[in-house]
Ligand binder design. Structure first.
Ligand code: S3P
Length: 454
């Protein structure tokens, strides 16, 4: 077993022979966070199977406990006893979200409107990320905010005696912002309305309805989604089976496409259309991805993906597809590095404010490993080398970003020379099984553990 959980370790992805086997990736991160939050708020018991046990989600579990929910694990099932809507308790110490933007921002909405003080902290990466996008609408709802300069963490929130329902048009395509306002609306009298001009992942809307909230969605004359939530309703615990995370599946998927001779199946992957942009794009590039056993699993679509090594060609990825594949651009850029011709990815401005500035981290990592690429304010252009000749050989700075770490290890599997990442530790935030799962299908990864070097 490769231990990536306890300390910062460089690791190297190396030229691998055909990847083969049938695997399952861990549970979807977005659904896992929301399961613990809504389960912790709803009256009664919520049972969750398939929960992602990554550091990000575990931080959300601890935060819900600090706010009064009971969270425990029994065999494979997480059991959450909720407080009842409107009944969270004041946390006795700051809630620490580590690296997790989703946990932190959604919880600001969930707890922020309560007439109590809640403090939020996080790691160096999270403390650099913009929180104003969530704090501004919360201020309009009557929440007092104390924060570091530029609305960064650490943040303290104190809600009013009675929160004010707002109608808020989200200025950036962000499921985190939309969700934070809807969750704040749960503790607010009347109807909270979120207008979303560009659709983003809709797990919050689906799950709120599943827990019994009164929520309706319609399109306005401009095609924007208008989401109305009736506040202060009752939520009831339920059973949830979390499907595999398509954002995690993207790593073995791209690896199998670019390592010659590969043939793998990834079972039980979430196929929500707001999440599958990367599958569509890789298919357009010529990727042999068969979608099998499409089925419903508790309100979300899932399927098995049969993936075979393919000759890829460059494509232009339309900007309006970005919300449905926002976390997958780093690994798509790696696929593009092995495609014939040029791939142009546009509409990438949100990549600048992820766990790292992902646009710059990807462009630098590719360039240092011999890929012909150029970066604009909101685009990335990659000119690929299908045989991987001359690619690799450098160490990539991961900037506390799990997806940069995994993407460049994947690059190493198909590049002529090995690709090293400066730190594999953050992989545990979203995909703790990554090393074992990838080496299990034949990928060559070596851990350059500082403790083992002499
Ligand atoms: C997420 C929304 C996205 C995504 C993140 C998970 C969510 O962030 O990048 O990994 O679960 O709502 P933004 O809302 O900032 O785009």
């Amino acid at each position: 077993m490769v231990d990536i959980t306890n300390h910062a370790n460089p690791a190297t992805g190396q030229s691998s022979s055909a990847l083969t086997g049938t695997i399952r990736v861990p549970g979807d991160k977005s659904i896992s966070h929301r399961s613990l939050m809504l389960g912790g708020l709803a009256a009664g018991t919520t049972r969750v199977t398939g929960l992602l046990e990554g550091d990000d989600v575990l931080a959300t579990g601890r935060a819900m406990q600090a706010l009064g929910a009971l969270v425990r694990k029994d065999a494979d099932t997480w059991i959450v006893e909720g407080t009842g809507n409107g009944c969270l308790l004041e946390a006795s110490s700051p809630l620490d979200f580590g690296n997790a933007g989703t946990g932190c921002r959604l919880m600001m909405g969930l707890a922020g409107t309560y007439d109590m003080e809640t403090a939020f902290t996080g790691d160096t990466s999270l403390s650099r990320r913009p929180m104003g996008r969530v704090l501004d609408p919360l201020r309009r709802m009557g929440v007092q905010v104390t924060s570091a300069e530029g609305d960064r963490l650490p943040v303290k929130l104190h809600g009013p005696r009675t929160a004010n329902p707002v109608t808020y048009r989200v200025p950036v395509p962000s499921a985190q912002v939309k969700s934070a306002i809807l969750l704040a609306g749960l503790n607010t009298p009347g109807i909270t309305t979120v207008i979303e001009p560009v659709m983003t992942r809709d797990h919050t809307e689906k799950m709120l309805t599943g827990f019994g909230a009164e929520l309706d969605i319609e399109l306005d004359e401009d095609g924007a989604r208008v989401i109305r939530l009736q506040g202060q309703g009752n939520l009831h615990g339920r059973d949830i089976s979390v499907p595999g995370d398509p954002s995690s599946a993207a790593f073995p998927l791209v690896a199998a496409l670019i390592v010659p001779g590969s043939d793998i199946t990834i079972e039980n992957v979430l196929m929500n259309p707001a999440r599958t942009g990367v599958i569509l794009t890789l298919q357009e590039m010529g990727g042999d991805i068969e979608i099998l056993n499409w089925r419903d699993a508790g309100g979300e679509d899932v399927a098995d993906l049969h993936v075979r090594a393919s000759t890829l060609k460059g494509v232009t990825v339309p900007a309006d597809r970005a919300p449905s594949m926002i976390d997958e651009y780093p690994v798509l850029a790696v696929a593009a590095s092995f495609a014939e011709g040029e791939t142009l990815m546009t509409g990438l401005e949100e990549l600048r404010v992820k766990e790292s500035d992902r646009l710059s981290a990807v462009a630098r990592g590719l360039a240092s490993n011999g890929v012909d690429c150029s970066e604009g304010e909101a685009y990335l252009r990659v000119h690929g080398k299908p045989d991987g000749k001359g690619l690799g050989g450098a160490t990539v700075a991961t900037h506390l970003d799990h997806r940069i770490a995994m993407s460049f290890l994947v690059m190493g599997f198909a590049a002529e020379k090995p690709v090293t990442i400066d730190d594999a530790a953050m992989i545990a935030t979203s995909f703790p099984e990554f090393m074992d799962l990838m080496t299990g299908i034949g990928a060559e990864i070596s851990i350059n553990d500082a403790d083992n070097r002499n």
